[in-house]
Design a protein around this ligand. Structure first.
Ligand code: GRF
Length: 199
């Protein structure tokens, strides 16, 4: 998993993975910055961690290559981005395209980017939510794996709305990643289907 912040989505997956019946394991947690709660959560769970900061590399491309190489060292089946605040690059996508998912706090294709909850409030939508999608070269544009709807309340501010979204987002992430691990998934013409390949 790759994280940049509080890591509550990571924690939800770590908790789920404690049950062998869940069918998945977090093999490592990487970050683009030091000292974040997400890394502490991984260490507490005994999961290996690593950090690649963009500023420690000569270019964004070299950062992306280093991140990719370290991820490969851990041989993940799937890379889960959860609150990872960097766009991965071409090297990463060449290795992990089609098996890297990210979670976004809005109902795609609405409100892509860093301000999903704020833009939902500004627009005045009554329902927003969270989206789990397969990472592609765009910003929150990849094939959708799962979505969950969350109501917007009249007195919401951005923090209250984002917290309500995150409760639903964590449940969706745990449910969907577990199914991906146990049942497999296929992507055909942007359509993601959970379960074994159709025969
Ligand atoms: C999540 O809402 C994620 O979708 C967004 O940032 C939040 C990260 O939360 N990009 P956490 O670090 O997992 O608590």
């Amino acid at each position: 998993m790759l994280v940049s912040g509080a890591g509550t989505n990571l924690q939800a997956l770590l908790d789920a993975c404690a049950d062998p019946a869940y069918g998945a394991e977090v093999v490592a947690v990487g970050a683009d910055r030091d000292g974040i709660e997400g890394l502490a959560r991984a260490e507490h769970a005994g999961v290996p961690t690593f950090v690649h900061r963009v500023k420690d590399h000569a270019s964004r491309e070299e950062w992306d290559a280093a991140l990719t190489a370290t991820c490969l060292d851990y041989r993940p089946d799937v890379v889960v981005l959860a609150g990872f605040m960097k766009l991965t690059g071409t090297t990463f996508l060449a290795e992990f395209g089609g098996r890297c998912v990210n979670t976004h706090p809005a109902l795609s294709p609405s409100f892509p980017g860093m301000r999903g909850p704020a833009e939902a409030l500004e627009y005045g939508v009554k329902v927003t939510g969270a989206t789990l999608f397969v990472v592609d070269a765009g910003v929150d544009t990849g094939p959708i794996v799962a979505q969950v709807a969350v109501p917007v309340e009249d007195d919401d501010d951005v923090d209250a709305l984002h917290e309500r979204i995150k409760v639903a987002e964590r449940a969706m992430l745990v449910d969907t990643v577990g199914r991906m691990a146990r049942e497999g998934f296929t992507i055909t013409d942007r359509k993601v289907r959970l379960g074994p390949p159709a025969r």
